[in-house]
Design a protein around this ligand. Structure first.
Ligand SMILES: Cc1cc2nc3c(=O)[nH]c(=O)nc-3n(C[C@H](O)[C@H](O)[C@H](O)COP(=O)(O)OP(=O)(O)OC[C@H]3O[C@@H](n4cnc5c(N)ncnc54)[C@H](O)[C@@H]3O)c2cc1C
Length: 514
């Protein structure tokens, strides 16, 4: 039982496998000289899922800590900036119905809650434009920094859009050449357990037996280790989040210098929503829909109508998606990360950020030996279970707030039976006080902080009753923050380059390394 944890075996070479390998290897470089090993086994026959193009700003610090050059990343992963998401037709379905969930916190967020002031002010400005410049930067098609802003630093907070296939290849090269990760291309055929139920080794078709102390299941939807071998059940959440299929397709630009949005566009449809992500060389798009509310043929038609007749030659790929997650994520000496742990519709690009957070927790809490592993795994299960629950609530919030009743999909989505109790209670509470800093979002590294709830609630016309008297004491501080935001918006709009222009410049000259 006191055997030291020295040999980490990751099965799966998609975004989850390589990010996990890189995060662990970078964190434990010192130990690697003393026999600590990270091995990644990847099937040469089972392709990676190859979608997953929207990320969170956490990826900046993740890549930086792995020693990745941001310039190389932009150049080799067809990467671009992401400053948030624009949700179109989610509230009423009208043509002018749209709001932003930006990545910058509201001005002065940690000092003062601006929601009551905005509600009281009746300025005619949206909540987003009152508290942050980022929606307007997106409207103007601007980048979040300048060519002189060093790598990973920002003038406006940003994440990335990227090509998932290129990202895995890039990470594989970085992890094997710079971080000492051992890469084995082989199919795992058998997972071999000891009498205690721990995994002793994986047996492969091409590379023999691979023993390990800790196994990380990154085998995607198949969940070969945690699900199939250790039998951890899947907790389905399709009663809350109704979409269960996606049609994905890559769309060429009309010309190489076509404008490129620096935000994800999510446009609601009658049975789901379409994502639209601008990469430097193409767009990535897809329709996420509910097969209980539309047929595959109708979904295909909807997506093709969105793309326009000039793209009628494209053939979307159908991906069945099952919303939910494993009941626990770490059992015995095996922990699942990525799709093997679970999947939720990609409405807020929450999968890759969860991979980063999980891998970070594993690497920070790496058990010294088998004896203490169960203590660490209990903690990991508690934190990770909490995160999945909060993400489900946050995604459902987008559906619950809609005023659309134009199809059974939208009507079914507001059925109280589909809304988690915790979310129902919060929405009730938020009629009288707005979400803020202290409002149950008190964990370190909350995936969606209270600011995200503010942007979605007030973007979707939710109203909190506030009394003017509540604002009196903080009125002048609030006015200053709102004016600061207006000044910052003016400054950034005059200073920042167009999104595509900066991407072209990065390709040509690179960003300054830190
Ligand atoms: C339609 C759609 C859109 C999405 N959009 C987003 C988004 O915008 N943002 C976001 O954060 N996430 C998104 N996701 C989720 C994201 O794609 C995944 O979380 C991410 O790609 C991680 O996948 P993975 O590495 O877990 O699995 P995969 O990419 O499926 O990799 C599985 C790996 O396991 C290996 N493997 C399987 N079986 C074996 C075996 N027997 N032996 C050896 N190796 C094996 C395979 O070879 C492969 O390398 C989206 C998902 C879908 C379905």
């Amino acid at each position: 039982m006191t055997q030291r944890i020295q040999s980490i075996v990751i099965v799966g070479g998609g975004t989850a496998g390589w990010l996990t390998a890189g995060i662990i290897a970078a964190r434990h470089q010192g130990r690697m000289k003393a026999g600590f090993t990270v091995t990644l086994v990847e099937s040469p026959n089972v392709p990676i899922i190859g979608v997953g193009e929207g990320t969170w700003p956490t990826l900046r610090s993740t890549l930086q800590k792995m020693g990745v050059s941001e310039t190389d990343f932009f150049r080799r992963c067809d990467a671009a900036f992401k400053q948030g998401a624009k949700f179109a037709k989610w509230t009423t379905g009208a043509d002018d119905d749209a709001y932003y969930h930006p990545l910058m916190l509201p001005q002065g967020f940690t000092q003062l809650n601006l929601v009551p002031h905005w509600l009281n002010e009746h300025s005619g400005r949206t909540f987003c434009e009152t508290v942050t410049p980022q929606g307007q930067l997106c409207d103007d098609g601007l980048a979040p920094k300048m060519i002189t802003t060093p790598e990973y630093q920002a003038l406006a907070n940003y994440a990335y859009h990227l090509d998932a296939g290129k990202f895995s290849t890039f990470l594989a090269q970085h992890c094997t050449t710079k971080l000492g990760v051992r890469h084995v291309l082989a199919d795992v055929t058998t997972v071999n357990q000891s009498q205690t139920g721990d995994i002793r080794r994986v047996d492969t078709r091409q590379a023999g037996e691979i023993p390990g102390d800790l196994f990380i299941d990154c085998t995607g939807f198949s969940a070969l280790l945690l699900g199939k071998t250790l039998g951890v059940p899947f907790k389905d959440c399709s009663d809350v989040l109704l979409c269960d299929a996606a049609l994905a397709v890559q769309v060429p630009y009309e010309c190489s210098d076509a404008p490129m949005a620096s935000h994800t566009i999510s446009t609601a449809q009658s049975a789901g929503w379409i994502w639209d992500i601008g990469l430097p060389t193409r767009r990535g798009t897809g329709y996420v829909y509910s097969t209980r509310h539309t047929t595959d043929d109708q979904a295909h038609e909807t997506l093709m109508r969105y793309l326009g007749p000039q793209h009628s030659n494209l053939t979307p790929r159908k991906i069945a998606i099952r919303g939910g997650h494993r009941e626990i994520f770490w059992k015995k000496n095996c922990v699942a990360v990525g799709l093997a742990a679970g999947f939720l519709e990609p409405l807020e690009a929450s999968a890759i950020v969860l991979i980063e957070l999980s891998a970070k927790l594993i690497s920070e809490q790496m058990p010294a030996n088998r004896e203490v592993m169960d203590i660490v795994s209990a903690r990991f299960n508690e934190v990770t279970g909490y995160r999945w629950g909060r993400i489900i609530d946050f995604l459902k919030l987008h559906y619950v707030l809609t005023k659309r009743r134009d199809s059974t999909f939208w009507r079914d989505n507001v059925d109280p039976a589909t809304i988690p109790e915790r979310l129902k209670n919060l929405i009730h509470l938020w009629k009288y006080q707005s979400p803020w800093f202290f409002d149950e979002f008190d964990r370190l590294e909350e995936v969606f902080p209270a600011a995200s709830y503010q942007y979605v609630l007030y973007g979707m016309d939710f109203r909190t009753e506030v009394e003017a008297a509540d604002c009196t004491a903080t009125q002048s501080a609030a006015s200053k923050l709102i004016n600061d935001n207006l000044a910052m918006t003016r400054r950034l709009r005059s200073q920042l380059p167009k999104n595509r222009d900066l991407i072209n410049k990065i390709a040509q000259y690179g960003l300054q390394p830190i």
